[in-house]
Design a protein around this ligand. Structure first.
Ligand SMILES: CC(C)(COP(=O)(O)OP(=O)(O)OC[C@H]1O[C@@H](n2cnc3c(N)ncnc32)[C@H](O)[C@@H]1OP(=O)(O)O)[C@@H](O)C(=O)NCCC(=O)NCCS
Length: 180
């Protein structure tokens, strides 16, 4: 089991017992607005799709995966971060996050992401890290900019039918991270 600490958060790997946390997170239409046009993830898909995929990640590449973020002071589940090889470009490591609405606007996405960038560059010696989000997702792009990431390209994200599919990719190189 891998742990990462930030000033306010504990990031730990997911387990099979975490399905209800994910079901609850994805049941908020505001959380899902830029992902599925607001539709919740069906509980069966979480239990039989997401959780097995997350656990398989940890087995295949133990240094990468999906981290459940817990508030250290309250013990409450705040949301998740991922840090993993991308589907289309397996040599790129992708940073991502999804937080409960009651945790937004307090700097948690930036705080957890900083710890993952530190792990990626200082421990794993990665050359660069990428992050992707929908063009309409201004909050997510703000997090990327606060992390020192730069806009790299526009693309069409066709995994979310019905939504505005315009998407952006941001990157940060190790040299830029080290300088910052
Ligand atoms: C995107 C998300 C992770 C941001 O989390 P967060 O903890 O609120 O982010 P932070 O507080 O670290 O930083 C967010 C920044 O964006 C700003 N922001 C927040 N909501 C915003 C909005 N709707 N429009 C513009 N800016 C916004 C904040 O003010 C902050 O910038 P600041 O520190 O300069 O004020 C969170 O909103 C979320 O989980 N959304 C739902 C899932 C999602 O969209 N995930 C990303 C998919 S790629």
């Amino acid at each position: 089991m891998e742990y990462l600490q930030t000033p306010r958060l504990l990031l730990r790997f997911f387990t099979a017992e975490d399905a209800d946390l994910l079901i609850d997170l994805d049941s908020d239409p505001e959380v899902m607005r830029h992902l599925t046009d607001g539709r919740p993830t069906p509980p069966d898909e979480v239990r039989n799709g997401q959780i097995p995929r997350i656990l398989a990640y940890h087995e295949g590449t133990p240094q990468y995966g999906f981290f459940a973020a817990v508030n250290k002071a309250s013990g409450r589940f705040v949301g998740w971060f991922h840090f993993r090889p991308t589907r289309d470009a397996p040599h790129d490591i992708e940073l991502g996050y999804r937080l409960r609405r009651d945790a937004w606007g307090q700097g948690y996405a930036t705080e957890g992401s900083r710890a993952l960038l530190h792990k990626g560059f200082a421990e794993l010696d990665l050359p660069r890290v990428v992050a992707r989000t929908m063009l309409a997702n201004v909050a997510s792009q703000n997090v990327m900019r606060k992390l020192g990431m730069r806009h790299a390209r526009d693309f069409i994200e066709d995994r979310f039918p019905g939504a505005d599919q315009r998407a952006v990719e941001y990157t940060i190189e190790r040299e830029d991270w080290a300088r910052a």
